[in-house]
Ligand binder design. Structure first.
Ligand code: FES
Length: 863
């Protein structure tokens, strides 16, 4: 039936059957795709709209509630060209990264603003809402990028009246599109004549799958196979087939009816049980092991297999001596021997825009793909090879990407499913995962178990380190992280032995600093324990062991912090609430893409910069605009940036992974811009259209101390460094830990875009807090099904969990690198969790060995 409503001031007729959710009707019938669908369960707030001025979750509110009502979506918040003060504040205070959660925050934030202003009067001076008030009101909103500090600042400033009048300088050039709902992500694309696709997934953790019957025997017309060559299921939720139909509901119905022939097999979920002699093997032979996905970004080096164990692979530096010293110390009960076993649970990426692809292969001579990816050039290369396409026959686009965090750089089932269905049907196909799929099958930071031994002499010198690192990446391998432990404190004999233990759990995938936070959880707590056992200041002990000059500068900064000098004596408190302060350090590789190319030209008197890289919320578009604008003394917002498209003739762009984007883009863009300026001068209005020059990144000159090139990734000289100091309050009655403040110090050289860099570092800390305290993928041990398959059960940090964060940049030490600075997306997320662990130890005297430190674990520990 047709009903009438008013949306953003316009009368609209809605065609309703009665069961639809508001968000679906707004997006699919009215094309108002600024309202995002993320959790579909009323948990995250991304789909917030106002009905008669009241913010509601569009996923839970039936579309019939919009009938005869005044509905406001993000597209209706601005008054024509004039942005609302809340929108301006989000732009100025960088209250966003990828922008996928932003419409929901703003639509709700406007209601909060109206309420605040009504309560406190329209005239200055007005009170500023405090963090607690803002957190309480916006409690139903989540941001996976962790842009919360910017959101706090924006909400406070807007309510105070800072943005009542006048224009605003946006922190990022794509910010205006994100705060107005105009940014079109892959999931927002509904092309004409589109088919809707869904993936049929395995309900069991291990099985053999028979062939599909032909359509005449019940199989759908549009169906493609997504199984590996051996047609075996290895985890519950694995993709089997993709089917397409005329509507999402029809596709879901079809998927439920696909006649799948499954022959279940024995499986194992628990890593300990997987090592038993009679455990079912996840990969039975050499051929099937080649199917195992890579859970890291590192190369898959050959190593031994024994049952479900792959490895151990040793990384020794005088390893025999290290083993000997530790064994001897154990036998003699040496006071300086620290031995701990530490574990982390799998952490889910949970990017707010799910994995999704729109593929159009209607024209057999041209494949067009839109995909939520952090590696569009790389994906285009892989697709070109897979389908034998010419350079002119394929383009891959990602105009806006709602987060990635490492899990969106491979040929995922949504990509292959959409492309192959489009080839079959010769129509555009849209395939968007739902949250359950996203939280089950798209990757995780693997769980780990680390046995670490550190031997320290009476004078505080480190004498040996032995690390046995076990990665639990489900059906994936190569979760190498133990090796990262033995490249930090380099002044003793040491050895790491890395193993994968295979189970029928969903595969791990690279996750922001792969192996980083998990190595630091073990190593940095062991160092803390050594300091405690031997009566050293934990920072001073690190200063003694650490050969990295940049980290030495950060240690000096950290020791000056009041919160550090005033920290309590470990275990000295007895009350219910106990305060503690902990420190942890981080080490990470410096990487860039030497094949990056950038073109800078002039069109209509404006600078145009072109590169195929994508912006997943880190700000790569803004970085390009800033680099070029700086050379010509032009505001970044006046530079046209063409990014997010990989096609013939478009200069190669780096993958958003390995912290490689900034050190690849910045110096290349500057060089191209300087070459252009040398050629045309600075009077852009006088330059004819089409004038352009290009530059290529290349290496860093003569520095060859450490140079390793893996495809388009070059590991450069030097290590990125960070130090985090966290302050916590532990409630010994409820077992809850609250992080009060975090000070993050990073040594990454020149910071190209300070506001965006600060936001990245704040988000890194917040994801680290998630790892330390909340995030835990849980599987049903009897079925292997993911139980934490929604954002209610899988708890990520929310506004009220966010401590006050300060970021300090040490800018020296990278003069040998082109541009003078390196990436920071990863090094900033390595040590926060360990610093929280050490702070809990300082508060309580109890060492939290398993992350997340859930209340039940803490209470058990204290008992
Ligand atoms: Fe909030 Fe990305 S900016 S989810």
């Amino acid at each position: 039936m047709t009903f009438s409503t008013t949306v953003n001031g316009d009368t609209q007729n809605l065609d309703l059957e009665g069961h639809e959710a508001s968000v679906d009707v707004l997006r699919e019938q009215l094309g108002l795709t600024g309202t995002k669908l993320v959790c579909a369960g009323g948990v995250c707030g991304a789909c917030t709209i106002q009905i008669d001025g009241v913010p509601v979750a569009g996923c839970l509110t039936p579309a019939t509630a919009m009938v005869d009502a005044e509905v406001t979506t993000i597209e209706g918040i601005a008054d024509g060209e004039e942005l609302h003060p809340i929108q301006k504040a989000f732009l100025a205070h960088d209250g966003l990264q990828c922008g996928y959660c932003t419409p929901g925050f703003i639509v709700h934030g406007v209601a909060f603003y109206d309420h605040w202003r009504a309560e406190h009067g329209p005239l200055a001076p007005r009170p500023t809402p405090d963090r607690h008030t803002i957190a309480e009101d916006l409690a139903g909103h989540l941001c996976r990028c962790g842009a919360y500090e910017g959101i706090y600042r924006a909400m406070a400033a807007a309510c105070r009246g800072d943005f009542d009048d006048g224009p605003v300088e946006p922190s990022r050039i794509d910010g205006p599109a994100k705060v107005t709902g105009q940014a079109v992500y892959t999931a927002d694309r509904y092309p004409e004549n589109v088919l809707h696709a869904v993936i049929v997934r395995s309900p069991v953790a291990a099985a053999d799958v028979g062939p599909l019957p032909p359509p005449s025997d019940g199989a759908p017309e549009w169906i493609v196979d997504l199984l590996p060559d051996d047609r075996r299921v290895r985890f519950a939720g694995q993709a089997l087939f993709a089917v397409a139909a005329e509507s999402p509901a029809d596709a879901r119905q079809l998927a439920a009816e696909v006649p799948v022939q499954l022959t279940p097999r024995p499986f194992v979920i628990d890593p300990d049980e997987a090592l038993a002699d009679d455990a079912p093997l996840v990969y039975e032979d050499r051929a099937s092991r080649k199917l195992a996905p890579n859970s890291s970004e590192g190369p898959m080096l050959p190593t031994r297999w024994s049952g479900n164990r792959r490895g151990p692979t040793p990384t020794p530096f005088m390893g025999t001596l290290a083993n000997y010293r530790v064994r001897k110390a154990r036998e003699t009960g040496a006071v300086g021997l620290v031995e701990l076993t530490l574990e982390t649970e799998p952490q889910l990426h949970s990017a707010f825009e799910p994995h999704c692809t729109v593929a159009d292969w209607s024209d057999p001579a041209m494949l067009k793909v839109w995909t939520s990816s952090q590696a569009i050039d790389h994906i285009r290369h892989l697709l070109t090879e897979r389908y034998g396409l010419g350079d002119h026959q394929i383009e891959v686009n990602a105009d806006f990407v709602g987060g990635g965090f490492g899990a969106k750089s491979v040929l995922s089932p949504d990509l292959i499913g959409a492309i192959e269905l489009s080839r079959l049907a010769r129509r555009p196909v849209r395939l968007v995962l739902d949250r359950r799929e996203e939280l089950t099958a798209t990757g995780n930071r693997p769980g780990t178990r680390t046995d670490i031994s550190i031997l320290v002499a009476d004078d505080g010198d480190i004498q040996a380190m032995v690390v046995d690192a076990e990665s639990h990446a489900g059906v994936a391998v190569n979760g190498v992280y133990g090796a990262l432990c033995v490249i930090v404190y380099d002044r003793s004999p040491r050895i790491a032995r890395d193993s994968d233990v295979l189970t029928n759990a969903p595969p791990g995938a690279p996750f922001r600093g792969p192996g980083g936070p998990t190595y630091a959880w073990a190593l940095e707590q062991a160092v803390d324990q050594a300091a405690h056992q031997l009566g050293w200041d934990p920072i001073e002990l690190r200063q003694r062991w650490d050969g990295n000059e940049k980290r030495q500068a950060l240690y000096r900064w950290a020791r000056e912090l009041d919160v550090w000098s005033e920290r309590p004596v470990t275990g000295s408190q007895t009350g219910r609430f106990r305060r503690g302060v902990g420190v942890a350090a981080a080490n990470w590789l410096y990487m860039h893409d030497p094949t990056t190319e950038i073109e800078v030209g002039v069109e209509g008197g404006r600078l145009v910069v072109t590169n195929a890289t994508q912006d997943i919320g880190t700000g790569s578009k803004t970085l390009l605009a800033r680099a070029v604008g700086e050379v010509f003394d032009v505001a970044p917002t006046d530079v046209i940036v063409r990014a997010g498209r990989s096609a013939e003739g478009i200069p190669h762009g780096p993958t958003s992974g390995g912290s490689r984007v900034s050190p690849s883009l910045w110096p290349t863009a500057v060089e191209a811009a300087e070459n252009l300026r040398d050629r045309i001068g600075t009077d852009l209005a006088a330059v004819p259209d089409g004038t352009s020059v290009s530059a290529r990144r290349g290496g860093d000159g003569g520095n060859r101390l450490l140079r390793l090139t893996l495809g388009d990734l070059q590991v450069g000289q030097g290590f990125a460094a960070a130090v985090h100091v966290s302050e916590v309050e532990v409630d010994t009655l409820t077992g809850k830990t609250r992080v009060l403040t975090v000070h993050g110090g990073l040594a990454v050289g020149r910071v190209f875009a300070p506001v965006l860099a600060t936001s990245q570092c704040e988000g890194s800390i917040i994801q680290g807090i998630g790892l330390a305290l909340y995030e835990n993928q849980i599987l049903d041990p009897h079925t292997g099904l993911t139980l934490t398959s929604n954002l209610e059960d899988y708890r990520i940090p929310q506004l009220g969990d966010v401590p006050e964060i300060t970021i300090h940049f040490h800018t020296g030490g990278w003069e040998h690198v082109a541009g003078g600075g390196i990436g920071l997306g990863e090094v900033g997320t390595i040590s926060p969790a360990a610093s929280v662990g050490n702070a809990i130890f300082n508060a309580t005297g109890w060492r939290p060995t398993v992350a997340p430190v859930r209340p039940d674990r803490l209470l058990d520990g204290l008992r």
